[in-house]
Design a protein around this ligand. Structure first.
Ligand code: SAH
Length: 507
């Protein structure tokens, strides 16, 4: 569901260069065409062409070649030959819509979700899971090679040359890749006098009623259904975007994977939530595991479902969950990884690449609510975390206390400004971990990392293009990329996440 999935749930991340194939400074994943801008295009808008599909783009589209020109074709898969109608042209590539699959990939699936096309929240339900994992590994390997100019073991002309080549491991997938999301945000609206809730129809503000999202946890899905039913029963008015009248605008549900605790946040357009007390009491009665029912008033800012103020209607203001042996408090606002199972795999790889013995000083730049910091703190001497959003820093401090971890300190600020200040104060890092938003690391931060000369750098990335760009800078600064571990954090979507282990090679 589009609204449920925005940026794979990393709601604090900024910059969604994913919006456009080839977005961001890092360039392409799928192989842009090389046609010089002045040459006439070998395809024309409106024309139907035959294309060979050779890769997968940023948004899960097939990357096809037709008359030597690159076309992005939604719904087409690598290895397929398709007919596609050209809908848009840029200088070096174009867009086309799938007309017919002439030769289908053996990995093609019938998408199990009945609203897959309409919703747009998932992009790869038409591709078998094993093939998806392989495709995500390929995207990482291609970016490292093409953008990072790195040699990948087992690939290319000098493939055998293992010495110095980066090992790109197979993507870690899920045993059961469905129902993994611990958080959903469902838009609520009014249609023909009734309350509906589900997702925004592609490219519009029209809300389509839907009761199931196959990637949401069963608990979250059930909770939304129950909340909708209670709202209808009590006659709580849904917000109507056309008239600006009504109240209920979103239902947000968060669930603790380990604890089974559930939080329901009722988000309204204005300050009023009719029958708030009864509404909350009924929710508490009907939903198993519910520990918190909150009311939040949206401030209408685009891109943000919740406004700054949250009031507890029933129970606590937080639920708890755990990653590894670290407990986390999750409030209505706090950022938390949305796939708890794969988060452990992701952090496990980060821990491995950090190579901790208990003696190291670790810096966690872009630390969010301190998830990676705290995960590493038990095995390090000291951890310094830095994060832009002050509320997240406060959460990180609270989470440290919650776990009795006293060797982690957190500071609010820009990593590119705080790290140089730390260096000035004489702080030396053995390991620096970065987990930046899609746009990658700030150039000043990369310079500081080079200057600080840690023995190891661990780079957690949600965007292989900017990752590869940044790795090149670090390589030139005296680090060697040893290994890449892609982890499938968002099955059935086009998101590609991976962890990189780097070592300093100069003396
Ligand atoms: N490592 C955390 C969160 C990573 S998301 C986790 O795994 O849960 C990236 C984080 O970087 C966000 O919390 C965002 O607020 C923060 N951020 C963005 N730009 C930043 C900057 N220039 N300096 C420090 N943090 C930044």
């Amino acid at each position: 569901m589009a609204q449920r999935n925005g940026r794979g749930g990393r709601t604090q991340r900024s910059g969604t260069a994913a919006g456009r194939p080839g977005g961001g400074r890092g360039g392409a994943q799928g192989g842009r065409g090389e046609s010089p801008s002045s040459a006439p295009k070998p395809v024309a808008i409106g024309e139907t062409v035959t294309a060979e599909v050779i890769g997968i783009g940023h948004e899960g589209e097939g990357v096809g070649r037709a008359n030597g020109f690159t076309l992005f074709i939604r719904g087409a898969l690598p290895g397929e030959r398709v007919r596609a109608r050209v809908t848009g042209l840029k200088k070096q590539f174009g867009y086309a819509e799938l007309v017919e699959v002439l030769e289908a990939s053996a990995d093609r699936l019938v998408p199990p979700c009945p609203v897959y096309d309409e919703c747009g929240g998932c992009q790869l339900q038409h591709l078998g899971y094993e093939a998806q994992l392989a495709a995500k590994r390929r995207i990482v390997a291609d970016s490292l090679q093409r953008i990072g100019k790195l040699r990948v073991a087992g690939e290319g002309a000098d493939s055998a040359a293992g010495e110095g080549a980066v090992i790109v491991r197979p993507t870690i997938g899920m045993k059961d890749p469905w129902r993994y999301r611990n958080k959903i945000q469902v838009p609520i609206g009014e249609r023909e006098g009734g309350l509906v809730g589900g997702f925004y129809a592609a490219g519009s503000r029209r809300i389509v009623d839907a009761d199931r999202c196959l990637i949401a946890s069963e608990e979250a899905d059930d909770a939304v259904r129950v909340v909708k039913a209670i709202a209808r029963e009590l006659g709580v008015p849904a917000y109507d975007a056309d008239t600006g009248l009504g109240a209920l605008r979103h239902v947000v549900v968060k669930t603790g994977y380990r604890t089974g605790e559930t939080m329901v946040v009722l988000v309204t357009a204005g300050p009023e939530l009719p029958q708030a007390e009864r509404f909350a009491a009924k929710i508490a009665e009907a939903i198993p595991g519910v520990e918190s029912v909150c009311h939040n008033v949206s401030d209408g800012s685009p891109g943000a479902v919740m406004g700054p103020e949250t009031k507890v209607l029933w129970g606590r203001d937080r639920i708890y969950d755990a990653i590894g042996d670290v407990r986390f408090a999750i409030s209505a606002h706090s950022f938390y990884q949305v796939n708890p199972v794969q988060t452990e795999a992701l952090y496990g790889a980060a821990l491995e690449y950090a190579g901790l013995t208990g003696e190291e000083t670790v810096i966690d730049a872009y630390c969010g609510v301190g998830t990676i910091s705290l995960f590493l703190a038990r095995r390090a001497k000291r951890v310094y975390g830095v994060e832009l959003v002050p509320e997240a820093v406060r959460d990180a401090q609270r989470n440290a206390e919650l776990n009795g971890i006293d060797n982690a300190v957190f500071e609010a600020g820009r990593a590119e400004e705080v790290l140089p200040a730390w260096q000035e104060r004489g702080i030396r890092a053995d390991v620096i971990v970065v987990d930046p938003p899609r746009k990658g690391c700030d150039a000043a931060l990369l310079d500081t990392i080079v200057a600080m000369r840690p023995a190891r750098v661990v780079y957690v990335s949600c965007n292989p293009s900017t990752l590869a760009r940044d790795l090149r800078v670090l390589e030139d600064g005296g680090f060697r990329t040893v290994e890449a571990q892609p982890v499938d954090m968002f099955p059935w979507t086009a998101h590609v996440e991976c962890v990189i282990g780097m070592q300093r090679i100069d003396t």
